[in-house]
Design a protein around this ligand. Structure first.
Ligand code: SF4
Length: 110
């Protein structure tokens, strides 16, 4: 099946309206598998490198894992495009993605 056909099939399971949830990536679990990038039909993710501030937030084992991958991990670059299909959650072998309802993300008024 082509990527286009996979995306069309995946979109059938999605909410018609985006923005009800956003993916949250556990930095201590993500290991640069890139499956979320491959399966998301809305291009919500991109692989990039953790910066120094993000590296400081990692646990001891998180630092070891991240170092072994050259600090490459998935990042949510288009959160407003998430259509809540859950495919990324199922695809991630590291159990590193959760979908968080946008109405409970807290005060956004800074
Ligand atoms: S749930 Fe995951 S795969 Fe589906 S649209 Fe949102 S980020 Fe993309």
């Amino acid at each position: 099946m082509t990527k286009r056909a996979q995306n069309a099939q995946a979109k059938e399971n999605c909410d018609p309206v985006a923005g009800k949830v956003v993916p949250l990536i556990d930095r201590n679990r993500c290991q640069d598998e890139e499956l979320c990038v491959a399966v998301c039909p809305y291009e919500v993710f991109r692989i990039s490198t953790l910066g120094p501030a993000e590296r400081k937030t990692l646990s001891f084992f998180g630092k070891l894992k991240a170092l072994s991958n050259g600090y490459r991990q998935a990042f949510v670059v288009e959160p407003a495009q998430c259509h809540n299909c859950g495919i990324c959650v199922e695809a991630c072998p590291d159990d590193a993605i959760r979908l968080i309802p946008t109405n409970v993300t807290g005060d956004d008024s800074d």
